[in-house]
Design a protein around this ligand. Structure first.
Ligand code: 18C
Length: 262
């Protein structure tokens, strides 16, 4: 079950007084390092097909690429997806991805989501149980999730950037909910930048139709136990575009009557 909403994740007002960052937590060095690595990775392009990235979904602004990789017969295809939507900011997009109370509204593969620990307002540890695909075993995931503002290396046309990084951890030795899930291992980054019309800044009075959010989403999921490659790739091909469309549509809809949040 979902827990009550945390006070908010404004780094300047959080009760930790650490700028929103749990710098003294044992996981902190790993969280900081993985976020930087994932951001660097998200910023690398997919090239002209020479480095293994193949496009597998191309629908309007959505472009999804995969690299076919198997480790000991297990499919672990890295995914890199691009999207661009109007009407929301980078922070809004990341807020709805990060905050657990909204997850059930857009995450179609979810059965259950438990917060195991709130390290800080912008860093949680989750145990998620996902829907079972018959006849494969049900999967769960134990991961930390961290949201942060990025201030350097923005695209020339961007006014701000926020990311959420999710990464599996074994730091909390938590059994699966029903004792029979196979644990998956995931590394995910959602990286978003806000674009405004030329000459406008986030201090101006803006309408939502002047906002563009440029999104990069990268994911690597290790299925944890054997599953037929063709079935897994069919699930990816169906579920990732569905996720990106549904999630971005949900955020646009949630934000449309609310003040703009930078
Ligand atoms: O990033 C996303 N969501 C975040 C918040 O939940 C977080 C979680 C990522 C989990 C991704 C892995 C989920 C596996 C679930 C099993 C499949 C269930 C499908 C049910 C269909 C009815 O970062 C957005 C994630 C978007 C998820 C896309 C699907 C990825 C499929 C991965 C398959 C893993 C092995 C399943 C074994 C089945 C073998 C046929």
């Amino acid at each position: 079950p979902h827990q009550a909403q945390q006070k908010g994740n404004d780094p300047s007002t959080d009760e930790f007084g650490t700028g929103g960052l749990a710098r003294s937590h044992i996981l902190w060095p790993e969280i900081d390092r993985v976020c930087r690595e994932q951001l660097h990775y998200a910023r690398e392009g997919v090239g002209q097909g020479g480095n293994g990235w193949q496009i597998f979904a191309d629908e309007g602004e959505i472009k999804m690429y995969k690299r076919e990789e198997e480790v000991n017969g297990l499919v672990m295809d890295p995914l890199k997806a691009y999207h661009s939507v109007n009407g929301v900011t980078a922070r809004e997009m990341c807020h709805y991805f990060f905050m657990p109370e909204f997850r059930n509204e857009w995450e179609t593969t979810l059965e259950d989501c438990t917060i195991l620990e709130k390290i800080s307002p912008d860093t949680f540890v989750f145990l998620q149980t996902h829907k079972r695909i018959w006849p494969a075993s049900q999967r769960d995931a134990l991961f930390w999730s961290h949201m942060r503002k990025i201030t350097d290396g923005l695209d020339d046309d961007a006014v701000d950037m926020w990311v959420v990084c999710n990464n599996s951890t074994e730091y909390s030795k938590q059994e699966s909910k029903n004792g029979k899930c196979v644990r998956i291992f995931l590394t995910v980054i959602l990286a978003c930048q806000t674009l405004l019309p030329p000459g406008k800044t986030s201090n101006d009075i803006l309408s939502r139709d002047e906002l563009t959010c440029k999104i990069t989403y990268c994911s690597v999921v290790n299925p944890g136990g054997w599953a037929p490659a063709s079935a897994l790739r069919a699930v990816y091909k169906r579920e990732y575009p569905k996720f990106l469309k549904r999630f971005t549509g949900y955020v646009i809809d949630q934000c449309k009557d609310n003040p703009i949040m930078f």
